[in-house]
Design a protein around this ligand. Sequence first.
Ligand code: PLP
Length: 406
Amino acid sequence: MNFPIDKIRNDFPILHQKVYNHPLIYFDNAASTQKPEAVINAITNYYRQDNCNIHRGVHYLSQKATEAYENTRKAVQTFINAPSSPEIIFTKGTTESINLIASSFGKKYIKEGDEIVISAIEHHSNFVPWQVLCQEKKAVLKFIPVTPGGELDMDGFRRMVNEKTKLISIAHVSNVLGSVFPLKEIIKQAHQSGIPVMVDGAQAVSHLQVDMQDLDCDFYCFSGHKMYAPMGIGVLYGKEKWLDEMPPYQTGGEMIKEVFFDHSTYNELPFKFEAGTPNVEGVYGLHAAMNYIQELGLLNIAAYEDELLKYATRKLMAIGEMRIIGTAKNKTSIVSFLVGNIHPYDTGTILDKLGIAVRTGHHCAMPLMELFKIPGTVRASFALYNTFDEIDVMAGAIIKIKQMFA
Ligand code: PLP
């Protein structure tokens, strides 16, 4: 495969350092990705050349920053093939995007006795907001069952949806197992009963080409920092028909049209949902990150990362006494595992001392750990700058760890 890995690695300055005297191997990309020079430069150039509050000034800097901000909105629209740019709302990240929907959609549409369907595999960010909403509204939260391999039990899903179901909220890709869920099937089935679907795309956008018009979901959320952009910037895509009807999530400056002593009227989309001074530097960084991804091509990235995942799975299984948690047919970029009876925390700590950054624990999915009856996993998650050699080093380190504990 002709993937320009040497050039790519040179684009990421942080990768070229030693950790405890070992070259850094960064396999914690599902938590947050590293940033290429292009993104770092976009942020510093913003502060060197354009820094100003947006939408409010008549002067040059304000107009320049506003134009860049709004151009990024259009770039996001193109990146996810959304029908229109006012359907793109900038948020702090996936968590805030989901909370926005839970709060605003929940206020307007959820009543006592209604049902919300999520899966048993969700990140806490796509779990707790619905749990709290259901508690507040005396609604019922239901969980699509999960197979032992980490796929959704689609028969269970079909049995679960009924006339009381008011919303389905589901991850595109599991942050623990890497399973890619059959969204099109879920969305088609939900829409046949007029039920809207929200998608948590936090683990998808940097690995898969996502297309709002093809998926036809009602809401889609993601975070910049998991796609080579800065922290504190994210996106909520929502169909205009919902966003228009939904009440504001936060109130204050920018989200209003007119304010009187006794009432206020609200701004049009997307501004109705962007109260206060936004994260302008984050938006500059997000634009640079999307450009970076698009220059390489998401299909090329996906193909390369798929090879990495298959290679890592083969290498780990060859060690023996390894348990891969999550064996879905359709997976991307994440391998979760346990080494014999060694606690995942011990494996992760020793890997760290050998320069290898992995994540250990419940990965913000405690109900899933309870379901699988495991204390946690070791999770290696890959990005476009990882290499087959790095996987070899991790496999060698795990063999050493096994020997130490034997
Ligand atoms: N959803 C999934 C599937 C995730 O993996 C994460 C982060 O790990 C989140 C939501 C929360 O993202 P953030 O912390 O960027 O809001």
